[in-house]
Write a protein that binds this ligand. Structure first.
Ligand SMILES: [Zn+2]
Length: 393
């Protein structure tokens, strides 16, 4: 049981006030990893273990629906050069592909585990993890195998970039991705994703890969409209992808398509931050009735952060979201982008994944940018991280 909660965000409007379903002076009881009771702290039933929230705010664990944790090497020099004035181009991915192919399984795994742990300590209790830096049949399968112990939300991203050895025959690479590579990777993935962008894969190539993935039973996601206007968002909606990610450059038709469909628009402000690019207009999407998620896009080239509180602060400051909307998007929005009903909320029967903030309200996530506000993290009802105590105590 967690009791003495000053302000509880449930994301269940049936349980409390407003879209975040706010309950004050609350307690939450978990049983075998699931939430069994929510109500006033005074009325809480007895429990065998108790965490006193001490007038802090509790909210659902963050759901990071977009990350690239399986890679080797770093691109700090590229970042520094870009900040000195060189524009960002999609081709930088090839640097990471070379380092990833050369790395041992143990090295890939150690890096991924360390990043997933970093994400957990900042409040992320579910993280989607993509392949996409192997770009051979063996290296893509290996990437998904390395990701599997970290999450159920694994994504095959063989169509991240045309690798250098296929540079003058991209259609042959698309055939490989949609054929032999997909056959080998599908058993290890829940999702397939394509980078649909000038310099990566065009609409026809993206469609070929996505339709083949759908035929293999994978759910669909699309990297869409990051670097410029293009067909990615409308293709994602047409194929009923769970999410169109980035959505930085959108036409009115793109926004209308998202509003009419069930595809979530996942915004990744770490990418604009780290590439010094204009941010997407989150306000425009929400006002049009589009469901918005916030995710980290953690990757070594264009967004090397696992920190969703930073993404929340950026979404509020730079993308026109209110603190309430940004918190919803980083929790319930992320769950919707993964088509999950058991996470991203704290209601009876949902997973007991929660963040205890060292603050009286969730507004502090944006109000105190850059300051670690996470006091404790619960995953499946267990305290997995707690400030001021050694881990596992
Ligand atoms: Zn990405």
């Amino acid at each position: 049981m967690v009791d003495g909660i000053a302000l509880l965000v449930t994301n269940d409007p049936g349980l409390g006030d407003g879209p975040l379903g706010i309950v004050r002076d609350a307690a939450v009881v978990c049983d075998k990893g699931w939430i069994s009771w929510i109500g006033p702290s005074k009325a809480a039933p007895p429990a065998d273990r108790r965490l006193a929230a001490g007038d802090r705010c509790v909210l659902p664990g963050f759901v990071d629906s977009h990350s690239h944790l399986i890679f080797a090497g770093d691109r700090a020099e590229e970042f520094a050069a870009r900040m000195a004035g060189r524009p960002h181009a999609a081709g930088g991915i090839a640097t990471t592909v070379a380092a990833t192919r050369a790395a041992s399984d143990d090295a890939l795994s150690a890096r991924a585990v360390s990043l997933a742990d970093e994400a957990l300590r900042s409040g992320t209790t579910t993280i989607e993890v993509k392949s996409g830096y192997g770009l051979t049949v063996a290296d893509e399968v290996r990437s998904l195998r390395v990701a599997a112990p970290l999450t159920d939300e694994t994504t095959f991203l063989g169509a991240h970039l045309v690798p250098p050895e296929f540079a003058d025959r991209p259609d042959e690479y698309v055939d490989l991705v949609a054929g032999e590579m997909l056959d080998a990777c599908a058993p290890h993935a829940r999702w397939a994703d394509v980078f649909c962008e000038r310099g990566a894969f065009d609409s026809d190539q993206a469609r070929t890969v996505l339709e083949a993935a759908r035929d293999h039973g994978l759910g669909l996601r699309v990297h869409a409209n990051q670097l410029g206007h293009g067909p990615g968002v409308r293709l994602a909606v047409e194929l009923d992808a769970a999410s169109a990610d980035h959505c930085t450059h959108l036409s009115d038709r793109d926004v209308d398509a998202l509003a009419a469909g069930s595809t979530v628009a996942t915004l990744l402000p770490g990418a604009e931050f780290s590439t010094r690019s204009p941010y997407p207009d989150g306000r425009r999407l929400i006002d049009a009735g589009v469901t918005v998620a916030l995710a980290s896009d953690c990757n070594p080239g264009s967004s090397y952060t696992t920190n969703l509180p930073l993404c929340i602060a950026l979404a509020v400051r730079e993308m026109g979201l209110t603190p309430e909307e940004a918190v919803w998007s980083a929790t319930a929005g992320g769950a919707q982008a993964l088509r999950r009903g058991d996470i991203g909320r704290l209601s009876i029967g949902s997973r007991a994944d929660a963040v205890v903030l060292d603050a009286p309200t969730y507004v502090y996530l944006a109000y105190r940018p850059g300051v670690p506000m996470v006091y404790a993290v619960l995953c499946g009802g267990e305290i997995v991280s707690r400030r001021g105590r050694p881990e596992n105590s």
